[in-house]
Design a protein around this ligand. Structure first.
Ligand code: F0G
Length: 454
């Protein structure tokens, strides 16, 4: 392994510590003085705007790029390149990420008690999760900086995404995942895309601890979400969302919270859009966690977000089974600055919400469904009003965790768990496969009886 070249900062962007405000070299993850996380800022925007353009010109430039044949323009991340760190075009690794749909969810709206509900479905990215939007930026940066190896600790989606982008970019990749408690489909992706995949006998937080030391000792570029380039790429989902809504801000954006980088990225994007004059009103950004993996909820409720309260995490929504989230300070700042809320939801509430999103013909993985479950609570509390425009950020595709979905519909997801009795209330949502004789009459009889039940 050869040492990568660390390029001196010469572009419009800079890395700055979120704690002490000092600037840092472009390939660092933490401040050398106070060890806080870094974020990318754009001193080059001051006075003349991103790319030297006004928001109205950028809006039409970004829209026009959708009909271009240039791979960078076809990417739903790089078509917004004026608000991203500069990376030279030949170094870009793109699998045409982004450009994800916004769907209306009328039945879920009704079930939550509001008039209109939208979902920005980030599961419709090339590897099936929102991670691709950040990975294209951070993996491209790694290649440009001369790294040959990239690595991440993951609950499954980051690793799938990293493995794909590394393969496309000619980089080697190392994946550390918890042994068990991640979905098979996510694991299968990183194998198929050619990563060296290690299942460590620990949880996600334990994998992070090991990897942090590995990258200190080896010239391996860290692609976990502490990587500030990933946050920049994930920002584009919010720019794209506002474009899809005609630059008219919704009242609320609701995201799941795990390691807390995605909610931070969405909030950063909204604050930048406000600052640059793209929007006149800030949506409130709220973060929902599973009750069994709720460090942010506890931190905000028990000490107003001053000091992280780590937890031992456990939830069937394995993507967000995280007890010691790295980006908690960034998320607290976004919630404060946008006036959002935090909420936690139970395993039963997650399963019900996931089935409701599935029944709209959309579907998502369990971690994404916490958003709908959380929305229901925020409506009951009066924080979200019935006429408010709400967008849920669905982070992963329904096929990411087929095991969960099958067990739910067969009625054995909660078998031998403390939720067994409570889960009987989910019966009406369950649609188990029916085994029949290969007979026309049997199928027709079934159709008649199904018709009666609607
Ligand atoms: N939803 C899904 C589907 C995820 O995979 C994750 C995180 C989150 C939500 C939470 O996002 O961490 O930015 O708050 N998955 C990471 C992984 C940890 O390794 O795939 P976050």
């Amino acid at each position: 392994m050869s040492e990568p070249a660390t390029k001196a900062e010469q572009s419009v962007s800079q890395l700055r510590c979120i704690g002490c405000g000092r600037t840092a070299l472009p390939d660092r993850f933490r401040c050398e003085h106070c060890r806080d996380l870094l974020e990318i800022i754009y001193p080059g925007w001051e006075g003349r705007g991103p790319g030297g353009l006004e928001s109205s010109s950028l809006k039409s430039l970004w829209r026009d790029r959708r009909s271009s044949l240039d791979p960078a323009d076809q990417s739903g991340v790089w078509r917004f390149r004026e608000i991203l760190p500069e990376i030279s075009k030949p170094q870009l690794i793109t699998i045409r990420e982004g450009n994800t749909p916004v769907y209306e969810l009328p039945h879920c709206a009704k079930s939550a008690g509001i008039e209109q509900l939208f979902a920005k479905h980030q599961g419709m990215n090339p590897t099936g999760s929102f991670k691709d939007t950040g990975m294209t930026v951070a993996a491209s940066f790694a290649r440009q900086a001369g790294y040959r190896w990239v690595a991440c600790a993951s609950t499954g989606n980051t690793s799938a995404s990293m493995a794909a982008y590394a393969a496309r970019g000619g980089l080697h990749s190392l994946v550390l995942i918890p042994d068990g408690k991640i979905s098979w489909s996510k694991l299968s992706q990183s194998l198929d895309y050619g990563a060296i995949t290690c299942q460590l006998k620990t949880d996600f937080d334990g994998c992070v601890r090991v990897l942090n030391e590995v990258v200190e000792r080896m010239p391996v570029y860290l692609l976990n979400s502490v990587n500030p380039y990933r946050v920049e790429g994930q920002k584009t989902a919010a720019f794209e969302l506002l474009e899809q809504l005609g630059w008219d801000s919704p009242d609320h954006v609701i995201a799941p919270g795990g390691n807390l980088a995605n909610s931070s990225a969405i909030g950063k994007a909204l604050l930048e859009m406000k600052q640059l004059g793209f929007i006149s009103r800030l949506p409130k950004v709220s973060v929902i966690q599973a009750e069994g993996a709720n460090p942010l909820v506890r931190t905000i409720r028990e000490n107003s977000g001053e000091k992280l309260i780590p937890v031992r995490a456990d939830t069937m929504a394995t993507a967000i089974r995280i007890g010691n989230p790295a980006s908690w300070k960034k998320a607290v700042r976004v919630i404060r600055e946008t006036g959002g809320a935090v909420e936690q939801v139970t395993e039963i509430e997650i399963a019900l919400a996931k089935a409701e999103i599935g029944a709209e013909g959309i579907g998502c993985e369990p971690a994404s469904a916490v958003t709908l479950a959380g929305l229901k609570k925020l409506v009951k509390q009066g924080f979200v009003k019935p006429k408010d425009a709400v967008v849920l950020v669905l982070t992963g595709h329904v096929l990411k965790d087929a095991d969960f979905t099958l067990k739910f519909h067969r009625g054995d997801l909660f078998a031998e768990t403390p939720y067994e009795v409570e889960s009987r209330a989910l019966k009406s949502q369950q649609r188990a496969p029916l085994v029949l004789e290969p007979s026309v009459d049997a199928v027709i009889r079934l159709l008649h009886s199904a018709e009666k039940s609607f």
